[in-house]
Write a new protein. Structure first.
Length: 614
């Protein structure tokens, strides 16, 4: 009877061992296969995003290059004088030289209304004039647009095969003093120009194409020495892209399946006039996935066979030892950390028991250490809380003590500005303006310190009034005109006429801080742009500068209190490290959000979202 019972336990142990091993093997095989499949898909999509980024970067770099070239040309004295005097011969020679010395297809000079004075090709440029006027009306320096075949064929170095042309227009105003007297415009036709797409082929070896509407006009795809220019994209794909959405799809090129991504190209009116496309072969990813899946199933099957074999050999020896170990484990689990297992079998079970005993020793020590560490942690927490309270108190005292003399300084500065104490010379007015500007800045710092204390103490007083953000942004930009002009920085605004509900002084504080930072950190002779548009029930503000940019390792910390990217005493631009922390608190207290995007050497964009009034 006893032998039968032991046999039953051994059989059950064998069955249970197989089940216990089989379940995780099956689950691991499924999870691993699914995870690797997702990873492969993610890698394919990442590859597409990289390719699309390379293509967009090439296109953006050309726009920036054209912008720089047109701006440089517009500032040349010979060009200014020629436009001012309507000297067509000089402008014609200059336009022809520009076309010969660069890879633009057409250089055009116009008057202040956009009417063509002369161009590097021909005299009939009415169509070009209409595009220049549109750019001037939209106050835009560059844009993509469609040039009819009849007009484009005059300038393109390639045969357009009866197709219209996808064209870049870049315009720069020409000033005589402060008066706009004309423009210089560059026109470049993208049809059959592989410069845009070749960069993707060079870097990743993948394919890239550019479409005008749904007609391919530039591509790296070639078969038997002939490119695929002129082929039509799938109608469903273009219909989706025309709704301003990116599309991922599978296409076949030369009999090879590719995973492709399409992204829209917009004209100056925000209409979709074409699309970019990048593709990467699916075969490497598919082959790798199949290979990994085969290995996973081979390992799973091998593991199952080995587990069954081991279970059969050990089931006769481990029953009693398992019971002893089980009893010891249960006692240990109830908190009896002095419990130890005593098994003397001379095999792995004895080693398991020894391991259990070692684990018990370590857990006992860890338990004592955890209790000690918990006490130490509580003490440290209490000390940090006290230090934090002391910090808030010091900030409150400092900001309060600074406000009284600051108020007096600002009052007397205003009296001096009003010339109450006597008429001022121009130099004295300039000095007073500098004193006033820096006093205002010091007041903002003290206000930031005070706001930071109230926010930390959760007592921020928020009033809810109706605020028109377009008007608010314009008022702030006007207040920074002198500051911007001192650095030769152009301030641009394109904010939709939208309202929010909030504390006007707090919102003003946030926007002033962000715009001032953009001007402060921008390079000379650049521009600061404030854009605002509706975004899913919110107003989305973008404040963009052309400064040095912020390294990636700092982006996650710039909203921390007292954090400064350059904390040295020799940094060019000063600051308390409080402004952005207070901005974040104020924005979030209004139900909004704030974040930063930046590229080294190209500039920084601060994004702010506020809920619109429903």
């Amino acid at each position: 009877m006893r032998r039968s019972r032991i046999g039953m336990i051994g059989t059950k142990l064998l069955i249970f061992s197989i089940i216990i091993v089989l379940i995780p093997i099956v689950m691991m095989s499924y999870v691993s296969t699914d995870t690797i499949s997702d990873l492969m898909t993610s890698n394919q999509e990442s590859e597409l995003d990289i390719n699309l980024g390379i293509l967009n970067e090439r296109m953006d770099s050309v726009l920036v290059e054209f912008d720089t070239m047109t701006a440089y040309t517009a500032d040349l004295p010979v060009v200014v004088n020629a436009v001012k005097n309507n000297d067509k011969d000089t402008l014609q020679d200059f336009a022809n030289g520009l076309e010969d010395q660069s890879w633009i297809d057409l250089a055009v000079f116009t008057d202040a209304d956009g009417n063509v004075i002369c161009a590097s090709y021909g005299d009939d440029n009415a169509e070009i004039s209409s595009y220049v006027k549109k750019l001037l009306e939209k106050n835009t320096i560059y844009a993509y647009d469609i040039l009819p075949n009849e007009e484009a064929s005059k300038y393109s170095e390639y045969e357009l095969d009866g197709n219209d042309a996808l064209t870049i227009f870049t315009v720069a105003p020409i000033y005589d003093g402060n008066s706009l007297i004309g423009t210089v415009t560059y026109v470049d036709i993208m049809n059959k120009d592989d410069y845009w797409v070749d960069r993707v082929k060079e870097v990743t070896g993948d394919e890239a194409s550019i479409y005008l509407n749904n007609v391919r006009i530039s591509t790296t795809c070639i078969k038997d020495g002939v490119d695929f220019v002129g082929e039509l994209a799938d109608e469903d794909i273009y219909e989706t892209v025309s709704k301003k959405q990116d599309v991922r799809s599978t296409v076949t090129i030369n009999g090879v399946p590719y995973l492709a991504k399409y992204s829209p190209i917009y004209n100056i009116d925000g209409e979709v006039i074409g699309m970019t496309c990048v593709g990467t072969p699916k075969s490497p990813f598919t082959a790798l996935l199949n290979s990994v899946i085969q290995k996973i199933f081979f390992i799973a099957f091998s593991s199952l066979i080995i587990a069954v074999f081991v279970a059969v050999i050990l089931n006769k020896k481990i029953v009693d030892s398992i019971k002893k170990l089980k009893n010891s484990a249960e006692s240990f689990g109830r908190g009896n950390y002095d419990e130890r297992a005593s098994i003397d079998t001379g095999d792995e079970l004895e080693e398991l028991a020894e391991s259990f005993n070692k684990m018990a020793d370590e857990i006992g020590k860890s338990d004592k250490k955890l209790k000690s560490d918990a006490h130490t942690l509580k003490t440290s927490f209490d000390e940090l809380k006290e230090v934090d309270n002391l910090k808030s108190e010091i900030l409150s005292i400092v900001s309060h003590e600074l406000r009284t003399p600051l108020t007096a300084i600002l009052g007397y500065v205003e009296l001096l500005k009003d010339e109450t104490a006597g008429k001022l010379s121009e130099k004295q007015k300039e000095f007073i303006s500098v004193i006033s500007e820096n006093s205002d800045r010091l007041k903002r710092i003290t206000d930031n310190m005070s706001d930071l204390v109230t926010v930390d103490n959760k007592i921020l007083d928020i009033k809810r009034d109706r605020i028109n953000l377009k008007k608010e942004v314009n008022d702030i930009l006007r207040s920074f005109d002198y500051f911007a002009e001192s650095k030769n920085i152009v301030l641009l605004e394109d904010v939709d006429n939208l309202d929010i509900k909030g504390d006007k002084s707090k919102i003003h504080q946030v926007l002033s801080n962000l715009i001032e930072n953009a001007i402060k950190f921008s390079k000379k002779q650049t521009k600061v742009t404030v854009m605002g548009f509706e975004d899913k029930g919110n107003i989305h503000l973008e404040i963009t500068d052309q400064g040095p940019g912020i390294p990636k390792e700092h982006l996650g910390k710039i909203f921390d209190k007292f954090y400064q990217i350059d904390s040295s005493s020799k940094r060019e631009v000063g600051g308390s490290g409080l402004g952005l922390a207070v901005c974040k608190k104020i924005v979030e207290s209004h139900g909004g959000s704030i974040w930063v995007e930046s590229k080294i050497g190209k500039g920084t964009t601060v994004h702010v979202m506020f809920p619109l009034i429903k």
